[in-house]
Design a protein around this ligand. Structure first.
Ligand code: FES
Length: 256
């Protein structure tokens, strides 16, 4: 295969970026998208040119690092991660445009690499769950209805790649945050800090500068793990419940 690549090149966070065009004539349809860039980078290095910086780690669809915006879609034309996207999804002679995630809360570090530490800070704001110390509990000691267990597991499959933010016209992180709130809110183990967790994670999400959700469902359509927007509705209920409880406490404490 031969392809034309238009790649966003940006020296650092403060520099102005621009697209640079590369003719790539050594592409196999069996290569992953990242392997295709690897081969191009080898050629650039041989020519003493700066290789294209991009994020990756597991290359197995697990870590969520491979955050590339390809031909107008987070992770490209297939609903999967960039590392699991193969060149057979493109046509011979096609022009492919590659950009970093575009969001104020994800500043560009270099070329296609963005800083997604905002997601880490949101998760840290959620904190840990409280568990009794002691021996390992028996697996069947805490009965969890199958439906709840499945919903919690589905929410927990979010890999925090940020495709939901990149897909959203408002750069909203609500699909990500709601998945993280849901995976604990649905399980008995997550009940102790349930309200505090929702309140703190939403507050941190707002502080990071992510936008609001206006129900376009673009996040669900592009999420490589198929996280459902139903989680956003659950997070809104959790948050509202938390805020109402906080208000009651303040009112009670301020009376008399
Ligand atoms: S590199 Fe880990 S999910 Fe793609």
């Amino acid at each position: 295969m031969k392809i034309t690549l238009k790649v966003w090149r940006q020296k650092d966070q403060k520099s102005k970026g621009a697209f640079k065009t590369y003719q790539h004539d050594h592409v196999s349809e069996d290569m992953s998208f990242l392997e295709m860039i690897d081969v191009l980078n080898e050629e650039l290095i041989k020519k003493n040119e700066d290789p294209i910086a991009f994020d990756h780690d597991c290359r197995e669809g697990i870590c969520g690092m491979c955050s590339l915006y390809i031909n107008g879609h987070p992770h490209g034309p297939v609903q999967t991660t960039t590392c699991q996207l193969h060149m057979r999804s493109f046509k011979d002679g096609q022009t492919i445009t590659v950009e970093p995630w575009r969001a104020k809360a994800f500043p560009v570090v270099k070329d296609l690499v963005v800083d997604r530490a905002a997601f880490d800070r949101i998760q840290q704001a959620g904190g840990y769950i409280n568990v009794n110390t002691g021996g390992v509990p028996d697996a069947n000691e805490i009965p969890i209805p199958k439906k709840k267990a499945d919903e919690a597991f589905d929410a927990a499959t979010c890999i925090g790649c940020g495709a939901c933010v990149a897909a959203c016209k408002n750069a909203s992180a609500m699909l990500f945050v709601s998945a993280k709130v849901s995976q604990f809110a649905l399980l008995p183990q997550g009940q102790v800090e349930r309200k505090e967790r929702a309140e703190k994670m939403v507050a941190q999400m707002d502080a990071e500068g992510f936008g609001s959700c206006t129900n376009t469902y673009a996040c669900e359509a592009e999420c490589p793990k198929g996280i459902k927007v139903a989680n956003i509705a659950r997070m809104n209920r959790e948050y509202l419940g938390a805020m109402m409880t906080s208000y009651e406490i303040e009112t009670d404490g301020g009376g008399d």
